[in-house]
Design a protein around this ligand. Structure first.
Ligand code: GDP
Length: 459
């Protein structure tokens, strides 16, 4: 089974302090014996050494010295992959790292595929699929929240919730099966009531997890944000203040400012991805010339709408219409130009919308902190607590949760329709299996391959 031992460069391919070549599989220790020598060419058989030890020495290809190294030995199952693993820490040059990999391949390993180390950890049962997916998310995390959420998933926070749900479901499946097998001793009288009762918290938990994916996506990717408002309301000025630099050009003549800004604004760890900022200063103004329909389109797909109103001018029917169509969206109303004498009051706007109205002056930069605070609270409803909150950030997991919820809904429906137990125990089983898909139980090879193909080399 020589070719079952894999090797790859685990560090980035650029000059750096150290480079790591990683070997995993049953022949890892024999392979390192073939290429490693201690100081002064002294033979040191690493396969005789204890697990989790570090050894100083040199890598040789036959007689040719390649590099001075530290070698880390980790015997399975106490390693990342769950298999015998060797890591060679060498000097971090591209050429030297490649030469070490080539040598290791020459002496018995085969090149690993992207993600194959983590795939082995999954296949050996050391981690489940949510944890494997969390590994990519940790690597790709772009802000602190995304990182925290991925690390908690890596620790098994998602798996733990899903397993608890599955335990309850399997208990009921088993109960129904036993009762059907042994009706004399186990009665199903009144059972439907208690099952309906037991389904409630399960459905609540599923809904909560599904809903968390909204926050989860926002955490990892940022909030898609659009600023709407009539010409001269102060959209560019507000954007400038939020961005914190004079990058959007502000002018007195409506519609003369034009460029293709695509800004990302950081509110502490939360990022606002400003969509269609060029449209803010479109020559044909969003609200007046093209009309409310265009504003509606601009707002489509946005997680957050910031509607800017010029408080020094009276409201008109355009404001009314826009305020009414954004009423069921996540939006905040900004009443701008508070430094001027205002004809529009927050109360006047509040009569037309349920959204929070924040009074600001983009010119004096007043009210901006309050606006930022409001946006943060809108998305996080206070502090994010990673200790017991679980955030689903993964579409695959979300879909499976939705399917599971659907199946539980069918159980309820069947009970209400007076169907027999064996009928809805099929739906219970479906819910159980959908949750299993999240953990990676009984998933198709294709799906597993697809997930791991997204990994980088050497992970
Ligand atoms: P936009 O067309 O909505 O992007 O509006 P701009 O940001 O270009 O602003 C239009 C005009 O209003 C400019 O002359 C700004 O200087 C001015 N303006 C923006 N915000 C304020 C504010 O808070 N107070 C005052 N007095 N003028 C403002």
């Amino acid at each position: 089974m020589k070719m079952n031992t894999i090797a790859a460069i685990a560090t980035a391919m650029s000059s750096s302090g150290i480079g790591i070549v990683r070997i995993s599989g049953e022949e890892s220790f024999q392979i390192i014996d073939r290429v490693f020598k201690g100081k002064g060419k002294r033979v040191k058989k690493l396969s005789d050494e204890k697990s989790h030890t570090i050894h100083y020495g040199f890598i040789y290809d036959g007689e040719e010295l390649i590099d001075e190294v530290l070698v880390l030995l980790m015997r399975g199952p106490g390693s990342y992959t769950g298999e015998d693993t060797v890591e060679i820490d060498c000097h971090g040059g591209v050429l030297v790292t490649k030469r070490i990999l080539e040598t290791v391949l020459k002496y018995g390993a085969r090149p690993a595929e992207p993600g194959e180390f983590t795939k082995r950890a999954f296949l050996s049962g050391r981690i489940d699929l949510t944890q494997a997916e969390a590994v990519i998310d940790v690597i790709n995390a772009k802000n602190q929240y995304a990182l925290k959420s991925s690390v908690s998933q890596l620790e098994g926070a998602v798996s733990k919730r899903v397993r608890a749900l599955r335990d309850t479901i399997i208990y009921h499946i088993a109960f129904i099966e036993s009762a059907l097998d042994d009706p004399e001793h186990i009665s199903l009288d009144g059972y439907q009531e208690s099952l309906l009762h037991a389904m409630e918290p399960l459905k609540e938990e599923l809904k909560r997890l599904i809903k968390s994916s909204e926050n989860g996506r926002v955490l990892s990717e940022g909030i898609e944000t659009v600023i709407l408002g009539k010409p001269n309301a102060g959209k560019s000025s507000l954007l400038n203040v939020l961005v914190g630099e004079e990058r959007a050009i502000v002018t007195d003549i409506a519609g003369t400012t034009r460029d293709t800004l695509k800004e990302q604004i950081m509110l502490e760890d939360l990022s606002l991805n400003m969509i269609d900022t060029a449209g803010i200063r479109d020559t044909e103004d969003v609200v007046e010339k093209i009309g409310v329909e265009k504003a509606r389109q601009a707002a489509e797909g946005a997680d957050l709408i910031i509607y800017v109103v010029d408080g020094s001018c009276p409201l008109d029917e355009n404001d009314d219409e826009i305020l009414s169509f954004i009423d069921d969206r996540k939006a905040v109303i900004v009443l701008n130009k508070s430094d001027l004498s205002m004809v529009v009051t927050p109360d006047l706007i509040s009569k037309r919308t349920s959204h929070k109205v924040i009074t600001i002056s983009a010119r004096n930069r007043s009210g901006i902190e309050e606006l930022e605070h409001e946006i943060k609270t809108m998305f996080y409803e206070g502090e994010i607590d990673f200790n017991d909150q679980v955030y689903i950030t993964n579409v695959r997991q979300k879909n499976a949760l939705e399917e599971a919820l659907k199946s539980l809904g069918m159980v309820e429906q069947s009970i209400n329709d007076g169907m027999a137990e064996d009928f809805y125990s099929i739906d219970l089983m479906d819910a159980y299996e959908q949750l299993g898909i999240i953990l990676g139980e009984s998933v198709e090879d294709d799906l597993v391959n697809e997930i791991f193909s997204k990994f980088c080399m050497g992970k």
